[in-house]
Design a protein. Structure first.
Length: 238
């Protein structure tokens, strides 16, 4: 069940995000801000729709990093990663069937525009931020859990805004490997794979360094639910 959810979630993320790039390349009607918005919105939609089933990883490096910090069982890692890769390849294949995509356009996903070193550094930085945010909203029981989808989606939107024009961005090896396999274009692919792995693991370490606090338990929030907290506040005001 969880693995099927990872296939479906990854499929629609790649289909919508890469699809926006493809449609913009062919028809020029979406624009770069629109593409950034699509990436953020589709991730948010998938987190809220199926996150309660599989945890909404949709990303091999998220699965690996959560496992490193004991938030996910090791025995499920291979099947999750296989499901994510399959979802990405199926999405890339669907887009190739629907549109006449040239290798020059190639979704504008894994071919850096400038120097490889600059693209690698940017990928590490935005992947760090991506996993840092996920660690905060999804693994810390003091966070407001109901806002996780919005927070993660907005982080992706911002990262694409900043780094998208430079090299397309990834933050997800499945997102880059799937279209690369379908189109058989591997130029610069290592940047997106290595950069996302290094950045997300560093982001996990970064959040775990500040996770613990010297505050007594009595000063920490009693509830992880924004809705419950709001309800309690209203009740006390009556």
């Amino acid at each position: 069940m969880e693995e099927g959810t990872e296939i479906i979630g990854t499929y629609f993320i790649i289909f919508a995000g890469c699809g926006a790039v493809v449609v913009n390349e062919i028809y020029g009607s979406i624009t770069f801000p629109g593409i950034s918005l699509v990436w953020g919105l589709i991730v948010m939609a998938m987190v809220y729709s199926v996150g309660h089933i599989s945890g909404a990883h949709f990303n091999p490096v998220v699965t690996i990093t959560l496992t490193l910090f004991q938030h996910f069982p090791l025995e499920q890692v291979p099947i999750y990663i296989a499901a994510q890769m399959l979802g990405s390849i199926l999405a890339g294949g669907t887009l190739c069937l629907l549109f006449d995509i040239s290798q020059e356009a190639y979704f504008r996903l894994t071919i850096p525009v400038g120097p490889h070193r600059r693209s690698l550094i940017l990928e590490i930085i935005i992947s760090y931020l991506f996993l840092f945010v996920i660690s905060g909203v999804a693994t810390d029981n003091r966070a407001i859990g109901e806002l996780a989808g919005i927070t993660v989606g907005m982080t992706i939107l911002l990262n694409v805004f900043v780094a998208g024009p430079v090299y397309g961005t990834s933050m997800n090896p499945a997102r880059s490997i799937g279209p690369a396999v379908v189109m058989r274009v591997y130029e610069g692919l290592w940047i997106y794979v290595i950069g996302s792995i290094v950045g997300t693991i560093m982001g996990g370490f970064g959040y775990n360094l500040i996770r613990f606090t010297d505050k007594p338990l009595s000063e920490l929030p009693k509830s992880t639910s924004f809705i419950k907290t709001l309800s309690r506040t209203r009740s006390n005001a009556r």
